[in-house]
Design a protein around this ligand. Sequence first.
Ligand code: ZN
Length: 423
Amino acid sequence: MREEHAVPSGVDNLASGHSNKYSMKVQLRYNYRIYPSPRQQQALARAFGCARVVFNDALADRQAALKAGLPYPTDAELSARLTAAKATQERAWLGEVSAVVLQQALADLNAAYRNFFASLKGDRNGRKAGPPRFRSRKDRRQAIRFTRNARFAVTPGGKLRLPRIGDVPVRWSRRLPAVPSSVTVIRDAAGRYFASFVVQASEDLVPEADAETGIDLGLTHFAVLSDGRKIASPKFLRRAEGKLRKAQKALSRKAKGSRNRDKARARVARVHAKVADCRRDWLHKESTRIIRESQAVYVEDLCVAGLARTRLGKAVHDAGWSAFTAMLEYKARKGGREFRRTGRFEPTSQVCSACGVRDGPKPLSVRVWTCAACGTVHDRDVNAARNVLALGRRESLNARGGQVRPAAVLAPAGEAGSRRGAA
Ligand SMILES: [Zn+2]
Protein backbone atom coordinates (compact mmCIF):
# COMPACT_ATOMS: atom_id res chain seq x y z
CA MET A 1 0.00 0.00 0.00
CA ARG A 2 1.58 3.19 -1.02
CA GLU A 3 -0.15 6.38 -0.15
CA GLU A 4 1.56 9.22 -1.76
CA HIS A 5 -0.48 11.81 0.04
CA ALA A 6 0.03 10.23 3.37
CA VAL A 7 2.19 11.31 6.22
CA PRO A 8 5.42 9.42 6.35
CA SER A 9 4.14 6.43 8.22
CA GLY A 10 6.06 4.62 10.84
CA VAL A 11 5.94 1.50 8.77
CA ASP A 12 6.41 2.48 5.17
CA ASN A 13 9.56 4.16 6.24
CA LEU A 14 10.66 1.52 8.64
CA ALA A 15 14.39 1.40 8.28
CA SER A 16 15.45 -2.18 8.73
CA GLY A 17 18.89 -2.46 10.17
CA HIS A 18 21.39 -5.16 9.38
CA SER A 19 19.96 -8.49 10.20
CA ASN A 20 21.22 -11.99 9.93
CA LYS A 21 20.53 -15.30 11.60
CA TYR A 22 22.23 -14.31 14.82
CA SER A 23 21.45 -10.71 15.41
CA MET A 24 18.51 -8.53 14.69
CA LYS A 25 18.97 -4.82 14.78
CA VAL A 26 15.86 -2.82 14.34
CA GLN A 27 15.75 0.83 13.61
CA LEU A 28 12.47 2.55 14.18
CA ARG A 29 11.14 5.80 12.92
CA TYR A 30 9.50 8.37 15.13
CA ASN A 31 7.52 10.95 13.21
CA TYR A 32 6.46 14.35 14.43
CA ARG A 33 4.70 17.25 12.86
CA ILE A 34 6.90 20.35 12.66
CA TYR A 35 5.94 23.96 12.01
CA PRO A 36 8.60 25.89 10.13
CA SER A 37 8.15 29.66 9.86
CA PRO A 38 7.66 31.14 6.38
CA ARG A 39 11.37 32.00 6.27
CA GLN A 40 12.29 28.46 7.34
CA GLN A 41 9.91 27.09 4.72
CA GLN A 42 11.82 29.03 2.09
CA ALA A 43 15.12 27.66 3.37
CA LEU A 44 13.66 24.15 3.30
CA ALA A 45 12.37 24.63 -0.23
CA ARG A 46 15.88 25.63 -1.25
CA ALA A 47 17.34 22.55 0.44
CA PHE A 48 14.78 20.25 -1.19
CA GLY A 49 15.70 21.79 -4.54
CA CYS A 50 19.45 21.38 -4.00
CA ALA A 51 19.09 17.75 -2.88
CA ARG A 52 16.95 17.09 -5.96
CA VAL A 53 19.53 18.62 -8.30
CA VAL A 54 22.38 16.65 -6.73
CA PHE A 55 20.37 13.44 -6.98
CA ASN A 56 19.41 14.11 -10.60
CA ASP A 57 22.94 15.16 -11.64
CA ALA A 58 24.39 11.97 -10.21
CA LEU A 59 21.69 9.84 -11.80
CA ALA A 60 22.34 11.53 -15.16
CA ASP A 61 26.08 10.87 -14.74
CA ARG A 62 25.50 7.20 -14.13
CA GLN A 63 23.03 6.87 -16.98
CA ALA A 64 25.43 8.66 -19.34
CA ALA A 65 28.28 6.36 -18.31
CA LEU A 66 26.10 3.34 -18.90
CA LYS A 67 25.10 4.59 -22.34
CA ALA A 68 28.70 5.34 -23.30
CA GLY A 69 29.82 1.91 -22.10
CA LEU A 70 32.08 3.54 -19.51
CA PRO A 71 32.64 2.15 -16.04
CA TYR A 72 30.05 3.04 -13.50
CA PRO A 73 31.01 6.22 -11.56
CA THR A 74 31.79 5.22 -7.97
CA ASP A 75 30.43 6.94 -4.90
CA ALA A 76 33.76 8.69 -4.37
CA GLU A 77 33.71 9.98 -7.96
CA LEU A 78 30.16 11.25 -7.63
CA SER A 79 31.10 12.94 -4.39
CA ALA A 80 34.14 14.56 -6.02
CA ARG A 81 31.98 15.73 -8.92
CA LEU A 82 29.61 17.31 -6.44
CA THR A 83 32.46 19.23 -4.82
CA ALA A 84 33.64 20.37 -8.26
CA ALA A 85 30.12 21.42 -9.24
CA LYS A 86 29.86 23.68 -6.21
CA ALA A 87 32.87 25.58 -7.54
CA THR A 88 31.15 26.30 -10.84
CA GLN A 89 29.00 29.33 -11.37
CA GLU A 90 25.89 27.48 -12.41
CA ARG A 91 25.90 25.23 -9.34
CA ALA A 92 27.42 27.65 -6.82
CA TRP A 93 24.10 27.92 -4.99
CA LEU A 94 24.56 24.35 -3.79
CA GLY A 95 26.89 25.88 -1.21
CA GLU A 96 23.93 27.52 0.47
CA VAL A 97 22.64 24.33 2.04
CA SER A 98 24.16 21.86 4.49
CA ALA A 99 26.72 19.66 2.75
CA VAL A 100 25.35 16.65 4.62
CA VAL A 101 21.98 17.09 2.94
CA LEU A 102 23.67 16.88 -0.45
CA GLN A 103 25.76 13.85 0.54
CA GLN A 104 22.59 12.16 1.74
CA ALA A 105 20.97 12.80 -1.64
CA LEU A 106 23.81 10.77 -3.17
CA ALA A 107 23.25 8.11 -0.51
CA ASP A 108 19.57 8.01 -1.53
CA LEU A 109 20.58 7.37 -5.11
CA ASN A 110 22.81 4.52 -3.99
CA ALA A 111 20.02 3.04 -1.95
CA ALA A 112 17.68 3.28 -4.94
CA TYR A 113 20.21 1.43 -7.10
CA ARG A 114 20.79 -1.19 -4.40
CA ASN A 115 17.07 -1.86 -4.11
CA PHE A 116 16.75 -2.06 -7.85
CA PHE A 117 19.59 -4.57 -8.25
CA ALA A 118 18.41 -6.62 -5.28
CA SER A 119 14.96 -6.65 -6.80
CA LEU A 120 16.36 -7.85 -10.14
CA LYS A 121 18.14 -10.68 -8.37
CA GLY A 122 15.03 -11.50 -6.39
CA ASP A 123 16.74 -10.82 -3.03
CA ARG A 124 14.26 -8.27 -2.00
CA ASN A 125 10.96 -8.82 -0.22
CA GLY A 126 7.89 -6.87 -1.11
CA ARG A 127 7.17 -4.66 -4.02
CA LYS A 128 9.51 -4.78 -7.00
CA ALA A 129 11.78 -1.77 -7.15
CA GLY A 130 12.22 -0.13 -10.54
CA PRO A 131 15.38 1.69 -11.64
CA PRO A 132 15.97 5.06 -9.95
CA ARG A 133 13.92 7.85 -11.44
CA PHE A 134 14.63 11.54 -11.73
CA ARG A 135 13.11 13.62 -8.98
CA SER A 136 10.81 16.47 -9.79
CA ARG A 137 9.73 19.60 -7.99
CA LYS A 138 6.23 18.33 -8.61
CA ASP A 139 6.79 15.16 -6.56
CA ARG A 140 4.17 14.88 -3.88
CA ARG A 141 6.75 14.27 -1.24
CA GLN A 142 9.87 16.37 -0.84
CA ALA A 143 12.46 15.23 1.65
CA ILE A 144 15.97 15.87 2.91
CA ARG A 145 17.98 14.00 5.50
CA PHE A 146 20.38 15.21 8.15
CA THR A 147 22.70 12.73 9.84
CA ARG A 148 24.56 13.15 13.09
CA ASN A 149 27.45 14.69 11.10
CA ALA A 150 25.20 17.58 10.23
CA ARG A 151 24.90 18.39 13.93
CA PHE A 152 21.17 18.64 13.99
CA ALA A 153 19.91 18.86 17.55
CA VAL A 154 16.91 19.19 19.79
CA THR A 155 17.28 22.45 21.69
CA PRO A 156 16.61 22.70 25.44
CA GLY A 157 13.42 24.53 24.48
CA GLY A 158 12.24 21.49 22.48
CA LYS A 159 12.83 22.84 18.99
CA LEU A 160 14.54 20.97 16.21
CA ARG A 161 17.75 22.77 15.24
CA LEU A 162 18.60 22.18 11.59
CA PRO A 163 21.79 23.56 10.08
CA ARG A 164 21.15 26.41 7.63
CA ILE A 165 17.42 26.22 8.38
CA GLY A 166 17.02 27.30 11.99
CA ASP A 167 15.17 26.19 15.12
CA VAL A 168 11.89 24.65 14.04
CA PRO A 169 8.97 24.13 16.47
CA VAL A 170 7.95 20.48 16.91
CA ARG A 171 4.76 18.92 18.22
CA TRP A 172 6.17 16.14 20.42
CA SER A 173 3.25 13.73 20.23
CA ARG A 174 5.27 11.05 21.99
CA ARG A 175 8.62 10.76 23.67
CA LEU A 176 11.70 10.19 21.58
CA PRO A 177 13.15 7.15 23.38
CA ALA A 178 16.80 7.61 22.48
CA VAL A 179 19.20 9.90 20.68
CA PRO A 180 18.32 9.66 16.99
CA SER A 181 20.95 8.86 14.38
CA SER A 182 19.30 10.89 11.64
CA VAL A 183 16.33 13.04 10.89
CA THR A 184 14.44 13.31 7.60
CA VAL A 185 12.46 16.47 7.01
CA ILE A 186 9.46 15.92 4.79
CA ARG A 187 6.92 18.12 3.10
CA ASP A 188 3.85 16.18 2.01
CA ALA A 189 1.28 16.83 -0.70
CA ALA A 190 -0.97 18.63 1.76
CA GLY A 191 1.84 21.10 2.51
CA ARG A 192 2.51 19.74 5.97
CA TYR A 193 5.99 19.30 7.39
CA PHE A 194 7.27 16.35 9.39
CA ALA A 195 10.46 15.34 11.09
CA SER A 196 11.13 11.62 10.97
CA PHE A 197 13.82 10.48 13.41
CA VAL A 198 15.61 7.16 13.17
CA VAL A 199 16.17 5.54 16.54
CA GLN A 200 17.78 2.23 17.45
CA ALA A 201 15.10 0.04 19.05
CA SER A 202 15.80 -1.42 22.45
CA GLU A 203 15.23 -5.14 22.90
CA ASP A 204 12.23 -6.63 24.57
CA LEU A 205 9.93 -3.78 25.31
CA VAL A 206 7.06 -6.25 25.61
CA PRO A 207 6.50 -8.78 28.41
CA GLU A 208 6.39 -12.49 27.61
CA ALA A 209 3.09 -14.03 26.58
CA ASP A 210 1.94 -17.61 26.09
CA ALA A 211 -0.63 -17.48 23.38
CA GLU A 212 -0.07 -18.00 19.70
CA THR A 213 -2.34 -16.23 17.28
CA GLY A 214 -3.39 -17.01 13.74
CA ILE A 215 -4.87 -14.13 11.77
CA ASP A 216 -7.20 -14.32 8.81
CA LEU A 217 -7.50 -11.13 6.80
CA GLY A 218 -11.13 -11.36 5.97
CA LEU A 219 -13.66 -9.78 3.70
CA THR A 220 -16.44 -9.20 6.19
CA HIS A 221 -14.04 -8.07 8.90
CA PHE A 222 -10.69 -6.38 8.73
CA ALA A 223 -9.14 -9.34 10.53
CA VAL A 224 -10.26 -12.39 12.46
CA LEU A 225 -8.14 -13.99 15.19
CA SER A 226 -7.86 -17.69 15.93
CA ASP A 227 -9.26 -17.11 19.42
CA GLY A 228 -12.50 -16.01 17.79
CA ARG A 229 -12.13 -12.27 18.06
CA LYS A 230 -13.11 -10.22 15.05
CA ILE A 231 -11.65 -6.85 14.29
CA ALA A 232 -13.82 -4.51 12.25
CA SER A 233 -12.58 -1.22 10.97
CA PRO A 234 -14.07 1.46 13.22
CA LYS A 235 -16.92 3.74 12.28
CA PHE A 236 -14.88 6.95 12.42
CA LEU A 237 -12.52 5.50 9.86
CA ARG A 238 -15.29 4.37 7.53
CA ARG A 239 -16.88 7.80 7.81
CA ALA A 240 -13.58 9.50 6.96
CA GLU A 241 -13.15 7.18 3.99
CA GLY A 242 -16.61 8.14 2.81
CA LYS A 243 -15.63 11.80 2.93
CA LEU A 244 -12.55 11.01 0.91
CA ARG A 245 -14.59 9.29 -1.80
CA LYS A 246 -16.85 12.33 -1.96
CA ALA A 247 -13.90 14.69 -2.30
CA GLN A 248 -12.45 12.51 -5.06
CA LYS A 249 -15.75 12.54 -6.91
CA ALA A 250 -15.94 16.32 -6.62
CA LEU A 251 -12.43 16.58 -8.02
CA SER A 252 -13.27 14.42 -11.03
CA ARG A 253 -16.13 16.77 -11.93
CA LYS A 254 -13.97 19.91 -12.04
CA ALA A 255 -12.76 21.14 -15.41
CA LYS A 256 -9.11 20.43 -16.20
CA GLY A 257 -6.81 23.36 -15.56
CA SER A 258 -9.39 25.34 -13.62
CA ARG A 259 -8.78 27.04 -10.29
CA ASN A 260 -11.58 25.01 -8.79
CA ARG A 261 -9.80 21.86 -9.79
CA ASP A 262 -6.68 22.98 -7.93
CA LYS A 263 -8.80 23.70 -4.87
CA ALA A 264 -10.53 20.35 -5.11
CA ARG A 265 -7.19 18.60 -5.49
CA ALA A 266 -5.84 20.29 -2.37
CA ARG A 267 -8.96 19.21 -0.52
CA VAL A 268 -8.50 15.59 -1.62
CA ALA A 269 -4.91 15.70 -0.39
CA ARG A 270 -6.01 17.07 2.98
CA VAL A 271 -8.78 14.52 3.46
CA HIS A 272 -6.52 11.75 2.27
CA ALA A 273 -3.88 12.71 4.81
CA LYS A 274 -6.51 12.73 7.54
CA VAL A 275 -7.75 9.26 6.59
CA ALA A 276 -4.21 7.93 6.53
CA ASP A 277 -3.55 9.40 10.00
CA CYS A 278 -6.73 7.87 11.44
CA ARG A 279 -6.07 4.52 9.90
CA ARG A 280 -2.48 4.40 11.05
CA ASP A 281 -3.36 5.27 14.64
CA TRP A 282 -5.96 2.55 14.67
CA LEU A 283 -3.66 -0.04 13.10
CA HIS A 284 -0.98 0.79 15.66
CA LYS A 285 -3.40 0.22 18.49
CA GLU A 286 -4.63 -3.11 17.14
CA SER A 287 -1.22 -4.46 16.20
CA THR A 288 0.34 -3.49 19.54
CA ARG A 289 -2.43 -5.31 21.41
CA ILE A 290 -2.03 -8.48 19.36
CA ILE A 291 1.74 -8.54 19.81
CA ARG A 292 1.40 -7.90 23.54
CA GLU A 293 -0.91 -10.87 23.93
CA SER A 294 0.85 -13.41 21.74
CA GLN A 295 4.23 -15.08 21.73
CA ALA A 296 3.86 -16.01 18.07
CA VAL A 297 1.77 -14.43 15.34
CA TYR A 298 0.94 -16.07 12.04
CA VAL A 299 -0.71 -14.23 9.18
CA GLU A 300 -1.65 -15.37 5.74
CA ASP A 301 0.80 -14.21 3.17
CA LEU A 302 -1.57 -12.31 0.96
CA CYS A 303 -0.12 -10.93 -2.17
CA VAL A 304 -1.86 -7.64 -1.64
CA ALA A 305 -0.40 -6.12 -4.77
CA GLY A 306 -1.84 -8.99 -6.81
CA LEU A 307 -5.22 -8.87 -5.15
CA ALA A 308 -5.37 -5.15 -5.74
CA ARG A 309 -5.80 -5.77 -9.43
CA THR A 310 -9.04 -7.60 -8.94
CA ARG A 311 -12.38 -6.05 -8.21
CA LEU A 312 -11.52 -6.34 -4.54
CA GLY A 313 -8.79 -3.81 -5.16
CA LYS A 314 -10.39 -0.89 -3.47
CA ALA A 315 -11.39 -2.81 -0.40
CA VAL A 316 -7.90 -4.22 -0.08
CA HIS A 317 -6.22 -0.86 -0.24
CA ASP A 318 -8.66 0.73 2.14
CA ALA A 319 -8.28 -2.04 4.60
CA GLY A 320 -4.58 -1.35 4.95
CA TRP A 321 -3.60 -4.98 5.39
CA SER A 322 -0.07 -4.60 4.18
CA ALA A 323 0.57 -1.76 6.62
CA PHE A 324 -1.02 -3.87 9.34
CA THR A 325 1.09 -6.95 8.71
CA ALA A 326 4.22 -4.81 8.42
CA MET A 327 3.45 -3.30 11.83
CA LEU A 328 2.90 -6.75 13.31
CA GLU A 329 6.18 -7.88 11.86
CA TYR A 330 8.35 -5.11 13.24
CA LYS A 331 6.61 -5.03 16.60
CA ALA A 332 7.10 -8.79 16.86
CA ARG A 333 10.77 -8.39 16.13
CA LYS A 334 11.09 -5.56 18.59
CA GLY A 335 9.34 -7.55 21.29
CA GLY A 336 11.12 -10.83 20.66
CA ARG A 337 8.00 -12.49 19.24
CA GLU A 338 7.84 -14.94 16.40
CA PHE A 339 6.18 -13.66 13.25
CA ARG A 340 5.47 -15.69 10.17
CA ARG A 341 3.53 -15.30 6.97
CA THR A 342 2.01 -18.63 6.03
CA GLY A 343 1.72 -20.03 2.52
CA ARG A 344 -0.83 -18.14 0.64
CA PHE A 345 -2.50 -20.72 -1.55
CA GLU A 346 -3.67 -22.97 1.23
CA PRO A 347 -7.47 -23.16 1.07
CA THR A 348 -7.75 -22.19 4.74
CA SER A 349 -11.49 -21.72 4.65
CA GLN A 350 -12.23 -25.13 3.15
CA VAL A 351 -10.56 -27.30 5.74
CA CYS A 352 -12.07 -28.18 9.11
CA SER A 353 -9.71 -26.87 11.76
CA ALA A 354 -10.97 -29.48 14.23
CA CYS A 355 -10.51 -32.72 12.29
CA GLY A 356 -8.57 -31.69 9.21
CA VAL A 357 -11.05 -32.96 6.65
CA ARG A 358 -11.29 -30.93 3.53
CA ASP A 359 -14.88 -29.92 3.17
CA GLY A 360 -14.71 -28.40 -0.27
CA PRO A 361 -15.33 -24.92 -1.64
CA LYS A 362 -18.19 -22.81 -0.41
CA PRO A 363 -19.67 -19.66 -1.85
CA LEU A 364 -18.69 -16.48 -0.04
CA SER A 365 -22.22 -16.09 1.27
CA VAL A 366 -21.77 -19.15 3.49
CA ARG A 367 -20.58 -17.71 6.80
CA VAL A 368 -21.26 -20.72 9.03
CA TRP A 369 -20.92 -24.38 8.14
CA THR A 370 -20.95 -27.76 9.81
CA CYS A 371 -18.14 -30.21 9.16
CA ALA A 372 -19.66 -33.33 7.60
CA ALA A 373 -16.94 -35.50 9.14
CA CYS A 374 -16.83 -34.39 12.78
CA GLY A 375 -19.93 -32.26 13.16
CA THR A 376 -18.10 -29.15 14.39
CA VAL A 377 -19.97 -25.97 13.59
CA HIS A 378 -17.56 -23.42 12.16
CA ASP A 379 -17.62 -19.70 11.74
CA ARG A 380 -16.00 -19.47 8.36
CA ASP A 381 -13.50 -16.74 9.24
CA VAL A 382 -12.55 -18.04 12.67
CA ASN A 383 -11.99 -21.48 11.15
CA ALA A 384 -9.70 -19.89 8.58
CA ALA A 385 -7.75 -18.10 11.33
CA ARG A 386 -7.36 -21.39 13.21
CA ASN A 387 -6.00 -23.03 10.10
CA VAL A 388 -3.55 -20.17 9.68
CA LEU A 389 -2.44 -20.81 13.25
CA ALA A 390 -1.95 -24.54 12.61
CA LEU A 391 -0.10 -23.87 9.41
CA GLY A 392 2.10 -21.24 11.04
CA ARG A 393 3.05 -23.64 13.85
CA ARG A 394 3.91 -26.33 11.34
CA GLU A 395 6.03 -24.04 9.20
CA SER A 396 7.71 -22.63 12.27
CA LEU A 397 8.66 -26.12 13.49
CA ASN A 398 9.91 -27.04 10.06
CA ALA A 399 12.00 -23.91 9.91
CA ARG A 400 13.60 -24.82 13.22
CA GLY A 401 14.34 -28.29 11.87
CA GLY A 402 11.84 -30.01 14.12
CA GLN A 403 10.72 -33.55 13.36
CA VAL A 404 7.41 -32.84 11.76
CA ARG A 405 5.62 -35.20 9.48
CA PRO A 406 4.04 -33.49 6.50
CA ALA A 407 0.72 -32.79 8.11
CA ALA A 408 -2.43 -34.21 6.64
CA VAL A 409 -4.23 -31.20 7.95
CA LEU A 410 -4.10 -28.89 4.99
CA ALA A 411 -4.11 -29.52 1.31
CA PRO A 412 -0.81 -28.92 -0.47
CA ALA A 413 0.00 -25.51 -1.76
CA GLY A 414 -1.28 -24.61 -5.18
CA GLU A 415 -4.38 -26.70 -5.00
CA ALA A 416 -7.71 -25.13 -5.80
CA GLY A 417 -6.13 -21.83 -6.74
CA SER A 418 -6.92 -18.77 -4.75
CA ARG A 419 -9.00 -19.32 -1.67
CA ARG A 420 -10.62 -15.95 -2.10
CA GLY A 421 -12.35 -16.89 -5.32
CA ALA A 422 -14.59 -19.88 -4.96
CA ALA A 423 -13.31 -20.90 -1.58
ZN1 ZN B 1 -14.25 -31.66 11.08
